[in-house]
Write a protein that binds this ligand. Structure first.
Ligand SMILES: Nc1ncnc2c1ncn2[C@@H]1O[C@H](COP(=O)(O)OP(=O)(O)O)[C@@H](O)[C@H]1O
Ligand SMILES: [Mg+2]
Length: 325
């Protein structure tokens, strides 16, 4: 049975949220995150919205927002020494009782970040051949317009990770571009974007691999804060990455993944034409999707979503006391 289209729905005691309305000036409502101005900074709130083929579905996925926020924080924390990021520590919730009243699980969903001048490029890194990377390779033998060895099967590991940038397009599909085109768009910063993206991917891929997860590919966004290239948005979550359980990895076809795959599979079978609005999602599809996001958190952070928050009950800061550099 489909979930109600109401803004809020309760599933297993967890309220799924499609849309927030906090008493703060709205900065943007993206496909997944509602972002508010908080003085000079931003409060990014992950809802439980899910998008497929760039269309936001009418059904929310319980726990998804909290899972995304947990993973993004985890990775910002782990990679802060490698690349500066936008996550700020310490939002004093005592000073924001009105926000907590409006959204009691705000601490699980929200990140306070520094506002950046966004660079409108998706910095994609691929370690394996999947999705549009596989499509390009199959058609032309190249990846981001550069040749690869012949004869690689679908989902093959690449000889080395490859940076395959795309132009970020808020109103439609992102457009893959070559590194040469990237230089035309962002000038001398192109080299630095590539270097930072590859460094982040290599670090995270190694950490994840030790925990039984293959990061097949992932997307980063960067912006300028005080003139310095800074990692922004979310990073290394199931929404921005393809996570494959290493245990079932077998090149030569598509892999099961720890993300919205149940939703994509359902939509493909439903005959939906990929034009908005999307259809309501059946409960089993929703439950299976929640399970995959929770599994991604458990495998990558070594903690259940609930375990982590229980351990932190009583904290009065948004960042649960973590420092980010
Ligand atoms: N530090 C930041 N400063 C300014 N904009 C940011 C920052 N971090 C993320 N963003 C932007 O905020 C939005 C986050 O919402 P999201 O739901 O991810 O949007 P989208 O539909 O573009 O994926 C994105 O447009 C992202 O580029
Ligand atoms: Mg996004």
């Amino acid at each position: 049975m489909a979930q109600s289209p109401a803004d809020r729905d309760v599933d297993g005691g967890h309220e799924a949220i499609l849309r927030t309305s906090l008493p703060l000036p709205l900065f943007s409502r993206g496909k997944v995150r509602d972002t508010y101005h908080l003085g000079d900074d931003l409060l990014m709130v992950a809802t439980d919205r899910i998008s497929a083929y760039d269309v936001v579905m009418p059904t929310a996925i319980p726990r998804k927002g909290a899972a995304l926020t947990r993973l993004a924080r985890y990775w910002f924390d782990a990679t802060g020494r490698l690349v500066p990021n936008h996550l700020l520590s310490h939002l004093d919730l005592n000073a924001h009782a009105d926000l907590l009243a409006a959204l009691p699980d705000l601490p699980r969903r929200a990140m306070v970040v520094r506002r950046a001048e966004r660079i409108d490029v998706e910095c994609v890194v691929r370690g394996y051949l999947a999705g549009s990377g596989w499509a390009e390779y199959r058609a032309r033998g190249t990846l981001a317009e550069e040749p690869l060895p012949a004869g690689l099967p679908e989902s093959a590991q690449l000889p080395h990770p490859v940076f395959t940038p795309a132009i970020k397009n808020d109103d439609g599909h992102d457009e893959n571009i070559s590194r040469a085109r990237l230089s035309e768009v962002v000038g001398a910063r192109a080299t630095e974007l590539e270097r930072l993206s590859l460094a982040l991917y290599s670090f995270a891929a190694e950490v994840a691999r030790a925990r039984g997860v293959i990061i097949a590919d992932t997307k980063f966004e960067f912006g300028l804060i005080d003139g310095r290239l800074t990692l922004i948005d979310e990073a290394l979550t199931p929404d921005s990455s393809r996570f494959w359980p290493a245990a079932t990895y077998r090149p030569g076809g598509p892999q099961p993944s720890l993300d919205k795959q149940p939703v994509r599979d359902y939509l493909a079978a439903s005959g939906w034409d990929k034009r908005p609005p999307g259809p309501p999602l059946p409960r089993p599809v929703v439950a299976d999707t929640t399970r995959r996001y929770l599994e991604a958190v458990r495998l990558l952070t070594g903690q259940d979503l609930d375990e982590g928050s229980r351990a932190r009950t009583g904290t009065d800061t948004m960042d649960e006391g973590r420092e980010t550099t």
